[in-house]
Design a binder for this molecule. Structure first.
Ligand SMILES: CC(=O)N[C@H]1[C@@H](OP(=O)(O)OP(=O)(O)OC[C@H]2O[C@@H](n3ccc(=O)[nH]c3=O)[C@H](O)[C@@H]2O)O[C@H](CO)[C@@H](O)[C@@H]1O
Ligand SMILES: C=C(OP(=O)(O)O)C(=O)O
Length: 429
């Protein structure tokens, strides 16, 4: 198993190009199941989750060709991949494939809408809570599907086709919004989704579906209206920049100090987190196509944050912000409201000397003047990168084990940080 070794103490200076968003690329790739035409996605990041989803889609009969590869760290956009689901050969998504990744469960929506049936294993993904699928099931049933949960599978059919409905999400869910929006594009009549997720990735998916011929209004607000059409066509769409990767590097600079410009991205996607970073003492300048983050001297100020659905502070940046707060000149409180078990990084940060106590869903972080390098273990995707952020300032050597978690969602992390002066290497097993 690969490890990452960091020698702390270097500031970060330079430019980091941001990749396409994992959490946008995955639903966009799944949307290829909705049409027998070609869907071309640009700016697709090279990540373990993307490769795994390619395998899952391949199992259903989706062909793909990679048309353009990103070469070298500062070259423009990521890969262009053509997906073609001309022949769906199998509507069964088996446990061995789906259990590795949460988003793979989302194939259930397009398969039901286009094929009238699906048998999909209950999903995996980051171990950050129980992560049930009740909202997907209730929503798809509201669209007219029959669904049984049996032997670890959701077995669904809608032989007469899905039918438009009004569905009110009892809780905001990004994944269930993606799935119901995709399913409703081919349902008969109008579907209204209330209390829908407003995440930029939902807007990106809606943009692509509209380019494919779907009729969708209101994506990005809590009410999305979809008028079903009889079929969708191919399209070309560029994956949204990764706002979580952007926020992660911004926090890394705030932690290590220095002056870094993040390109191929947009500050608009993470206003709340940028506000928190400014309060923490980083200078963040928004610019066309990116942002510049500077912290030259001056300490890190303690800032309280509470995670919330978009446009609130993203749960996917909670661990990284906690990493930053371990070195603040005072005490901060970090409250997690989305996932009930997303504090696995606390005990690993403690190995580096962080002082964090947990009470319910709130972590109290007492900033310390010095962190000291130690071996630590990555427990999930964002937790692992919080350890990297802490390692950038820890005295001596920090070794992050189980970096396969990182590879799920960060493209060439060590290369991007090395280019800005960090002392970080991957040690391949
Ligand atoms: C691949 C992807 O895009 N993953 C993101 C997506 O995950 P994901 O789509 O899985 O997250 P959701 O928005 O669905 O989850 C939000 C909350 O709703 C709950 N819930 C969800 C579905 C359901 O049927 N029942 C239910 O109770 C979840 O357990 C959680 O407590 O949004 C999360 C919240 O921004 C992010 O942290 C993940 O990075
Ligand atoms: C939790 C995440 O991913 P997933 O939903 O795929 O587990 C994440 O991207 O931080």
């Amino acid at each position: 198993m690969d490890r990452i070794r960091i020698r702390g103490g270097n500031t970060l200076n330079g430019t980091i190009p941001i990749s396409g968003a994992k959490n946008a690329a995955l639903p966009l790739m799944i949307a290829s199941l909705l049409t027998d035409d070609q869907l071309t996605l640009e700016n697709v990041p090279h990540l373990a989750d993307v490769e795994q989803l390619i395998r899952i889609l391949g199992n259903h009969g989706v062909d793909y060709t990679v048309a353009g590869k990103r070469v070298g760290q500062n070259s423009g956009m990521g890969r262009t991949i053509h997906f073609s689901a001309r022949n769906i050969v199998d509507t069964h998504a088996p446990y061995e494939l789906v259990s590795k990744m949460r988003a793979s469960f989302w194939v259930i929506g397009p398969l039901l809408a286009r094929m009238g049936r699906a048998k999909v294993s209950l999903p995996g993904g980051c171990a950050i809570g129980t992560r049930p699928v009740d909202l997907f099931i209730d929503g798809l049933r509201a669209l007219g599907a029959n669904i049984e949960i049996e032997g670890g599978y959701a077995i669904a059919d809608a032989k007469a086709g899905l039918v438009g409905t009004r569905f009110v999400f009892p809780k905001v869910s990004v994944g269930a919004t993606h799935v119901l929006m995709m399913a409703a594009t081919l349902a008969k009549g109008e579907t209204v989704l209330e209390n829908a997720a407003r995440e930029p990735e939902v807007v990106d998916l809606a943009k692509c579906l509209k380019a494919m011929g779907a009729q969708i209004e209101g994506a990005g607000t809590s009410t999305i209206t979809i008028t079903g059409v009889s079929q969708l066509a191919g399209a070309r769409h560029a994956v949204l920049p990764d706002r979580i990767e952007t926020g992660t590097f911004a926090m890394a600079v705030a932690m290590a100090g220095g002056d870094v410009t993040l390109t191929n991205t947009s500050a608009e996607l993470l206003q709340n987190a940028i506000g928190a970073l400014r309060q923490a003492g980083a200078e963040v300048t928004e610019m066309p196509g990116g942002l510049r983050v500077v912290r030259n001297g001056g300490g890190i100020q303690p800032v309280d944050v509470t995670t919330d659905p978009y446009p609130g502070f993203p749960t996917d940046l909670q661990a990284q912000f906690m990493g930053l707060m371990t070195r603040a000149g005072g005490t901060s409180r970090i409250t997690e409201t989305i996932f009930e078990n997303r504090f696995m990084h606390v005990q690993e940060l403690a190995r580096l000397g962080a002082r964090i106590s947990l009470s319910g869903q709130t972590a109290t972080v007492e900033g310390v003047p010095v962190l000291k390098g130690a071996p630590v273990m990555a427990t999930d995707l964002r937790a692992s990168v919080s350890l990297v952020i802490a390692g950038l300032v820890a005295e001596g050597e920090t070794e992050v084990n189980r970096v396969y978690h990182l590879d799920r969602g960060f493209e060439r992390l060590e290369e991007k940080l090395t280019a800005c002066g960090a002392d970080i290497v991957r040690i391949s097993a």
